[in-house]
Design a protein around this ligand. Structure first.
Ligand code: AMP
Length: 273
């Protein structure tokens, strides 16, 4: 059955539908959003779609992990109500020419580093909202700028979808869980801890009373500078709404070998763990 018909049937029966959009390779970060959606809705749809539109031509679309059987098994155990796995040809038939473009904050940071990325994200998210007619959709704070883009889109297009944001799930050493962590070899995996370490050090400084953003920024750069494998794409302190500086949201994009990792933390809050 098509997802929209399923969702309409649920709505007729008084159900409340939560949507968790993912690109698969499901991990604890995704599953925390699934658990929250289960707790807050009577029906939960998880979408798995590696969205070609949000990858740049030199990015990792081809090698992005697609462990479909393992993903379906995880979702079976989470007893959700539907998995939506559209084929790329069905999402983007050759004649499709509509793109959703969110202005302003998409021209900065992640948007600047990855031209077209947020247009790809906004287009697929709008399509998922229309296809699912969800009441609520769940996104991770791990992708902070994506959260801001999706909130803008949901409001600007009168989507009627309420956006809920889950906290970043981390490994024991602080590394934000990510499907891309699978690319890291053992030495790179160690080096990857430098992102969360930098966020922790800066948050600790804030907790200790430091309020000068230039000094907190210096702390971030100094920590990242300690790790020889870390190549900083950006490390900024911005406002969490518009992603323009200055503000207390620390946003990082760092290359470890061939793998590009992002992380963020609002320094005004204690770093977890
Ligand atoms: P992705 O499959 O990478 O597109 O992620 C799907 C959703 O899971 C997005 O809303 C992400 O922000 C969220 N997510 C990814 N990693 C984490 C994490 N470590 N903690 C919380 N949410 C996450």
């Amino acid at each position: 059955m098509r997802l929209r018909e399923l969702s309409r049937g649920w709505h007729r029966a008084g159900e409340v539908v939560g949507l968790v959009p993912t690109m698969g390779a499901l991990h604890a970060g995704h599953m925390s959003l699934v658990d929250r959606a289960r707790a807050e809705n009577t029906k939960v749809v998880v979408s798995i779609f590696v969205n070609p539109l949000q990858f740049g031509p030199r990015e990792d679309f081809q090698r992005y992990p697609r462990p479909v059987a393992a993903d379906l098994e995880l979702l079976r155990r989470a007893s959700i109500d539907a998995v939506y796995m559209p084929r790329p040809e069905a999402m983007y038939p050759p004649e499709a020419s509509t793109r959703v473009s969110v202005g302003g904050l998409t021209s900065r940071l992640e948007g600047l580093a990855r031209p077209g990325h947020f247009e790809g994200v906004a287009t697929v998210v709008a399509k998922l909202f229309w296809a699912s007619e969800a009441d609520r959709a769940y996104f991770g704070q791990k992708d902070a700028q994506q959260v801001a883009v999706v909130k803008r889109l949901a409001a600007d297009l009168d989507s009627g979808v309420e956006i809920r944001v889950g906290p970043t799930v981390r490994e024991a050493d602080g590394l934000a869980v990510s499907s891309r962590n699978a690319y890291l070899d053992a030495r790179e995996r160690q080096a990857a801890a430098s992102l969360s370490m930098a966020l922790r050090k800066a948050a600790d400084a804030y907790q200790a009373g430091e309020r000068a953003l230039a000094i907190l920024h210096g702390t971030l750069l100094e920590e990242l500078g300690r790790e020889p494998l870390a190549q900083v794409d950006y490390a900024e302190l911005v406002d969490p709404e518009d992603f323009e500086g200055p503000g207390t949201l620390a946003v990082l994009a760092v290359r470890i070998g061939r793998t590009r990792l992002i992380d963020n933390h609002d320094l005004a809050k204690p770093f977890p763990g």
